[in-house]
Design a protein around this ligand. Structure first.
Ligand code: SF4
Length: 255
């Protein structure tokens, strides 16, 4: 059993964005990061995911009425726009919903929870339901740890070539309800493996040195710092506020 924590894509993303914030949330306020991660899923999103899971188990969507008009309408629109997602998969495909995969890697356990995973002996498709109102670009999504970890993990565990793996992000509250699709490839796979090895080595070093040495701040992340609860502790110098030229530079906090 590993002494190091299980790492999800959101933890890897947090470590990349700011290791010091991970320290505060996960190491100092034990467990808060994971609870916070769960809390970030809005209730609407949780219910949508549950409905998609129930539908995949064979419950017709007209029996899944929740009384929440926006939720029911969104599900109905999604079923009308993308009926193949609501039909049974072909016999040669195996469908899993809300499934958790774990994979030991370099003293850690990597964890992925797939909204939907469809596998055949020739290909794998990862589907992710996004329930916020801000669709992201292909470039942004490709760079996230969610894409990299999920595609890398499925490739490693399935034994399929990277080119057989794809990831589909569905921004279900946006019109048209079309996916942003990322086709995985050998180069991305190798780069992700190298980045994972580097990031986990780095993280292991930080954990070994902690608490004598704090995890590093991200000095290149000043914009992020402006909306961070820890900014007074990290940056007691009031000059930090001068680094922001305009309130428009402050990023929207994802909920
Ligand atoms: S204030 Fe900035 S450096 Fe400090 S924890 Fe927050 S994001 Fe990280």
């Amino acid at each position: 059993m590993s002494d190091y924590p299980a790492l999800s894509q959101s933890t890897l993303q947090r470590l990349q964005d700011c290791p010091r914030l991970f320290q505060v949330e996960a190491l100092e306020l034990s467990g808060r990061w994971f609870q916070h991660d769960l809390r970030q899923r809005l209730e609407w999103g949780r219910r949508f995911h549950r409905l998609m899971q129930q539908q995949a188990l064979g419950i017709p969507i007209d029996q899944l009425q929740t009384g929440d008009r926006s939720l029911d309408q969104c599900l109905a629109d999604f079923a009308a726009a993308q009926p193949q997602l609501f039909a049974l998969p072909p016999a040669s495909w195996h469908r899993q919903t809300e499934c958790r995969w774990q994979w030991p890697f370099q003293d850690f356990v990597l964890v992925a929870i797939f909204d939907r995973l469809e596998l055949s002996d020739r290909a794998a498709q990862i589907h992710d339901w996004k329930t916020h109102n801000r669709p992201q670009t292909l470039e942004t999504l490709t760079a996230t740890w969610q894409t990299q970890l999920y595609c890398w993990l499925v490739t490693e565990r399935s034994g399929l070539p990277p080119e057989a793996v794809s990831m589909h992000y569905w921004f279900v509250r946006s019109q048209p309800q079309q996916p942003v699709t990322i086709h995985w490839n050998q180069q991305q796979h190798q780069q992700t493996q190298q980045q994972l090895e580097k990031s986990l080595q780095e993280f292991k070093g930080w954990l070994q040195a902690y608490p004598e040495t704090s995890l590093p701040q991200r000095p290149d992340r000043l914009q992020r710092c402006q909306t961070c609860e820890e900014r007074d502790r990290c940056w007691p110098n009031p000059d930090l506020t001068l680094a922001i030229a305009s309130w428009d530079e402050i990023p929207v906090v994802e909920l």
